[in-house]
Design a protein around this ligand. Structure first.
Ligand code: DOR
Ligand code: ZN
Length: 351
């Protein structure tokens, strides 16, 4: 049964943070950053640039470019990450931890997604690094998909959990892990059942869409992301996890800008741009589930609590006034097709 939508017209919540974000670099960074910084206090910034951010020194330089791109008067704290490779040394983990600005290390299985070629082919080669992260309490952020071409693309997350995540958790029981952008019942159940060291982010698009959205009336490249959208039963499990009130689940948009031409291609890129309306989209998803009262915990409390950072102290206000998303937006000298392009979103930021 669909719960009745509430009659709440205005919602004030502690300022949220985005615990999984792609900001890119250069002109694209300059143009996408205000969308995030006008909504969120902080964001965990993904390191999958080309070339990737593999050292603390590179993370520091990237952080400085982000802060330099921030429009005057805006406040925003980028929380940096390192890109794990099979060559990452434990000493780099020590440097990252000591920096105070690196908050996680991202595991991309090699060739799983955008700019993951330098990722990890064999996690067993990363033992000493994982050991250092466990010892220092630096979280491992996981893109949880196998890349084995024999595994069906819709099963890649479930198989990753069985083949790689379960052994990892067994071998490093005190390692803090965020399973990023979960998409399946299996992932939600795994995180629920695991120790307090294990958490997960959930995107707005995985809360709002199932895999039919990839083929609605024709092929829809702007709904293609990784992990790919799943069946309706999985979407429902994600909504249940997000609204459960469990501190293990928190907001991570995975907003990932790609130019329109790179998505509308014979081999289109994975990634959905949601930063232009991120918290509004989550509000819509929670509202549809009759759980607006759970939005603040998911968006503003569970993330900082897991990352052992203070919660934000200011607030944002949302109002139930529909607004129309433009068909296209210009970013970084390119045209982008934002999520909900040409359609409306039920909530907006109160001005
Ligand atoms: O859809 C995605 N886009 N998934 C990822 O894992 C990477 C991201 C990107 O960087 O474009
Ligand atoms: Zn991502």
């Amino acid at each position: 049964m669909t719960p009745p939508e509430s009659t709440v017209q205005r919602l004030v919540i502690t300022r949220p943070d985005d615990w999984h974000l792609h900001l890119r670099d250069g002109a694209m960074l300059r143009d996408v950053l205000p969308d995030t910084a006008s909504r969120f206090g902080r964001a965990i910034v993904m390191p999958n640039l080309a070339p990737p951010v593999v050292t603390t020194a590179q993370a520091q330089a990237y952080r400085e470019r982000i802060l330099a791109a921030l429009p005057a008067g805006m406040r925003f704290e980028p929380l940096m990450t390192l890109y794990l490779t099979e060559d990452t040394a434990p000493a780099e983990i020590e440097r990252a931890r000591a920096s105070g600005f690196v908050h996680g290390v991202k595991l991309y299985p090699a060739n799983a997604t955008t700019n993951s070629q330098a990722g990890v082919a064999d996690l067993r080669r990363c033992g000493s690094v994982l050991e250092a992260m466990q010892r220092l309490g630096l979280p491992l952020l996981v893109h949880g998909e196998v890349t084995d071409p024999d595994v069906d693309v819709f099963d890649r997350e479930a198989v990753f959990i069985e083949r790689h995540l379960e052994p990892l958790v067994r071998d490093f029981p005190r390692l803090r892990i965020v399973l990023e952008h979960i998409t399946t019942t299996v992932a939600a159940q795994f995180v629920h059942a695991a120790s307090d060291n294990i958490a997960a982010t959930i995107t707005a698009h995985h809360l709002l869409l199932n895999r039919n959205a990839l083929f609605a009336g024709g092929l829809r490249p702007h709904h293609y992301c990784l992990p790919v959208l799943k069946r309706e039963m999985h979407r429902q499990a994600l909504v249940a996890a997000a609204i459960s009130g469990s501190p293990k689940f928190f907001l991570g948009t995975d907003s990932a800008p790609h130019p329109k031409h790179a998505k509308e291609s014979g081999c289109g890129c994975a990634g959905i741009y949601t930063a232009h309306a991120a918290i509004e989209l989550y509000a819509e998803a929670f509202d549809r589930a009759g759980a607006l009262d759970r939005l603040e915990g998911f968006s503003s409390f569970h993330g900082p609590d897991f990352y052992r950072l203070p919660r934000n102290s200011d607030t944002i206000a949302l109002e139930r006034i529909a607004f129309q998303v433009p068909d296209i937006i210009e970013k970084g000298g390119d045209t982008l097709v934002p999520f909900r392009s040409g359609e409306s979103i039920a909530w907006r930021i109160a001005r």
